[in-house]
Design a protein around this ligand. Structure first.
Ligand code: FES
Length: 267
């Protein structure tokens, strides 16, 4: 399970500024219900200062906490200062967010940008302006990915998936994301190639007998390989999970790398 800070829990249990703001003069909307997350941010701006803010969201605990934190952070702020707020600022305000939940703060920063554009009378950002769409499953543009990499110092494909959701579906965009990482960090391609090679070795080792011993082929699903950490999702009854994990780890340590650690991710 993810570790949430006390502040995230507090902002989730007692969200501030939730609901529509009747006299808002700026609204920013991001995400879509089909992606599982959506946020509508309402601002009331007077003389260039955000005097009130509220939100409505369809999302998880972190989305509620991030949106709520954002409204608290920007109340009383000049618009020109609010324009500089990044998703990292939201995460820092909350004392940190699990890597897997960083995309909730990214959504907050994007909603703020959209609301300020709305206040200035600018049209919503079209994807053509943002750069081409890289991930069609989650409708994420190149610009969004590049910004997330820069602001959050993302290093791996998995980091990008967790921060932006891009790449979290059919995997068809993984190569493009790796190219962007490579372009920005200089070493993405090498790291990812190693990960891909390790993944191939893992799959071969698993097909040597482990998979056949399971009640169904997809009972253990490899989610990611980062360094020596292999993350898996297990579709087995609770009492059988620990044995499957142990068996897989022993197999991979023998066949692939003696330092491999297998971790279950609860989705
Ligand atoms: S296109 Fe990105 S995950 Fe499918």
């Amino acid at each position: 399970m993810w570790e949430y800070t006390d502040k995230v829990k507090e902002y989730f249990v007692n969200p501030r500024n939730i609901g529509a703001l009747q006299d808002a003069n700026a609204i920013g909307e991001v995400g879509s219900l089909s992606c599982g997350d959506a946020l509508k941010l309402y601002l009331k701006i007077e003389d260039g200062v955000i005097v009130d803010a509220s939100f409505e969201t369809f999302g998880c605990a972190s989305a509620i906490a991030s949106s709520s934190a954002l409204t608290e952070m920007i109340k009383g702020m000049k618009v020109e200062d609010a324009e500089k707020v990044t998703n990292q600022d939201i995460a820092t305000f909350l004392g940190g967010l699990p890597k897997e939940k960083l995309h909730c703060s990214v959504m907050g920063a994007e909603a703020l940008e959209a609301a300020i554009r709305n206040y200035k009378g600018l049209p919503p950002i079209e994807h053509e302006e943002e750069g081409k769409i890289i991930c069609y499953c989650f409708n994420v543009s190149e610009e969004t990915i590049r910004k997330a990499i820069e602001v959050n110092n993302l290093q791996t494909l998995e980091d990008v998936i967790q921060a932006t959701k891009a790449g979290g579906g059919c995997k068809g965009c993984h190569d493009s994301i790796i190219d962007i990482l490579d372009d920005m960090n200089g070493n993405g391609r090498v790291d990812q190639r190693n990960a891909v090679q390790t993944m191939q070795k893992i799959m071969m080792a698993m097909y040597k007998g482990f998979i056949q011993s399971l009640p169904r082929q997809d009972a253990v699903e490899i989610l990611s390989v980062e360094g020596n950490i292999v993350r898996v999702n297990i579709h087995l009854p609770k009492e059988k999970k620990a044995d499957a994990l142990r068996e897989l780890e022993a197999l991979l340590q023998k066949e692939v790398d003696s330092n491999i650690v297998v971790k279950e991710v609860l989705l």
